[in-house]
Design a protein around this ligand. Sequence first.
Ligand SMILES: [Zn+2]
Length: 305
Amino acid sequence: MQLAISDLGKAWKNFFDPALPDWGKPRFKSKKTSRQGFKTDRARIVDGKLRLDKPRGIKTWYDLKFRGAKDLSGDLKTVSIYCEKGKYWASLPFEVEIDKRDTTAKHTAVDLNVGYFNYTEGEISVLPKKLKIIYERIKFYQRQLVRKHVVNGNKATQSKNYAKARAKLQRDYRKVAAIQNNILHEFTTELVTDFDKIVIEDLNVKAMQMSHVASKGLHRSMFGRFRQILTYKADWYGKEIILADKHYPSPQRCSACGHIKTGEDKIGLAGNAKHGTKHHEYICYECGFVGDRDENAVANLLALI
Ligand SMILES: [Zn+2]
């Protein structure tokens, strides 16, 4: 109750703040939205379990057991409990001290590709087999649901089988998010730990070239999230992110002499056919440099530091 009132106070304050012209008038939460929940600032962790407020008239505590509770430390802030897509969630924000990472005097650049990210230490896969399998399965469930709609019309959503298929789809969405997050967090933590300056490219261009991946939208979201996570972690740990210009020709430039391929010579299907270049090769016709295409792109990004 107190939180609801303080939230309402904040909402009105923001509404009247001239610096926030887009902030709308406070609205009541709809009972119809798919996400229903509440917040409490009185939740605590007791013996590895989440303890919420005790409702009036209830004698015993109902503590919620969850995995990983023992590894948590820091100051627990306002907890949100919500129900979304038939599952209940608790979001537990902690305020923690961040130890600044030591400077390493080392720099790197990351070249993003659909299935893998390249950097100065090699390559990491962002499309492991298990993810590919789930992408395919998601495509299958989506089609199945659409078909049920086509056959049964609006009544389709009321059937048991429809609900079952939808639950399976949602489970796979969650799995995808977990796998992707894991990959991104491991990699970004490594980057901000091992390097002081990190060059990344503007991601919109790469995200477009994604013809051979099922569930493209799901996979594409990784590119934006990578930049988002890397940016805030760099901020935490006092590291620097350098963003390459959208038009910087990192795939076309020769990292040895700086020559930039243009027109028919460009790296790509036509240029490779014209010069008999292999798919993963970069050959410079100016200075004779021969190298791996992805490593060449990384070296070009690194040249921006
Ligand atoms: Zn060259």
